[in-house]
Design a protein around this ligand. Sequence first.
Ligand code: PFF
Length: 477
Amino acid sequence: MSQLKLSKDSWSSQTVFIMAAIGSAVGLGNIWKFPYITGENGGGAFVLVYLACVLLIGLPVLISEIALGRSGKANPIQGMANLARENGASKLWVLLGFNGVLAGALILSFYTVIAGWAFAYFFQSLFGVFDRITATEVGAHFDHLLANPYELIFWHTFVTVVTVLIVSRGVKSGLEKAINFMMPGLLFILLVLLGYSTTTGSFGQSFDFLFSADFSKLTWESVLVAMGHAFFTLSIGLGTMMVYGSYLSQEYSIVKASLWIAFADTAVALLAGLVIFSIVFANGLEASSGPGLLFQTLPIAFSQMTAGWFFGTLFFALVVMAALSSSISLIEPIVSWFDQNWGIKRVKAACILGFIIWFVGFGTVLSFNEWQDIHFIGERTFFESLDLITTNIMLPLGGFLMTIFVAWVMRSKEREKQIELSTNKMKLFLFVLKWISPVAVMVVFASNLVAGEIAIAMLGVAFLMYAFYAWNVSRKI
Ligand code: PFF
């Protein structure tokens, strides 16, 4: 039997781990994506389903994923190979790692494009472009940005290069400091914006939109989107938390850390939603206006606020930082796989991967202009199709398999060593892990399978995973 390959890195403290994990979880998903998908899916009922998914699926998967990481002590692929061997399970469990690594790369390819918009807005805000701008002008400004592929590619390149630079230097030094400053800063500006939103006259309407549930607006597809988003926003199902968990030493509590991560992540999303919808309603904008929602609303707020230039510039700087602390966590599982299994050094791995991901990102750039009318899955553009396959299929599938492994495959002694809970709490946790989380994922999948296109997408993903595995099978893991 060959030796287990183990990660040599570790976090310097539990707080650092929690900060890094929160840094990964809090990102564009909270500030950009949550408000716009909530707007597209009718508001309150969608939010309620999303919160239920965070609690009943997200939190158990988060705990399981970190536990798998700490027990497997390596990147997701090697970690699953180690876990399978130590728990006497099939080597095919490495497929779970492959699914995650591929999903991470695909998500990053569109994540850097959107983070590029935030970068553009940071500089524009800095140079006063949004001073005294009207709602109509903000809309036109955003449309102009999207219509110009060269400008989008410029910002997309910028973000990819910064991500590669940070990852090549190693996660610890630069990132820890950035996160320590960023998280309180982001929260502070969101609170300032919350104060502003109470003056718009539409705060109550925004609150109602987010929290009063009208289930007649909910479709099974919205439930799939809500579930997928719970995975996306918590950074679970693809192995990010597994890698981060593999650097965590044994004495720290995974359950406590997970509760903090889920709480911080949900709080930022709800605050961002409250602020954005107040501005939407106060200015007669459409809640369902899609991916541009954040960029079409906040500049209006900043243009009307005292010291709006300062807050606007700082806000977009923080969004960019939040996005970067997430984008590096998307690439980290693959970089550590390249490093630990293939002996490819961090710098080289980050450059090769960065280039491939940058190239795939062109598809997303073009989805907003030249390829706007080209449909890939159903009526979806390239970007929307990629989002569907990764967020709504690959992540829940990965999370589903993680719960199965922890609940049914992992030896109970090891599970209890990783997830320290009193007997009764452990019973409850195992019940949720065995019967609630995986069943909920399957029910949502099955209800969407009726829409044949998702079945096709799932088959496509299964084929990709198989091809990836076949290509690798000759190599000893
Ligand atoms: N959680 C991040 C966000 O909400 O923006 C996105 C993300 C990061 C998803 C890392 C998945 C991941 F592994």
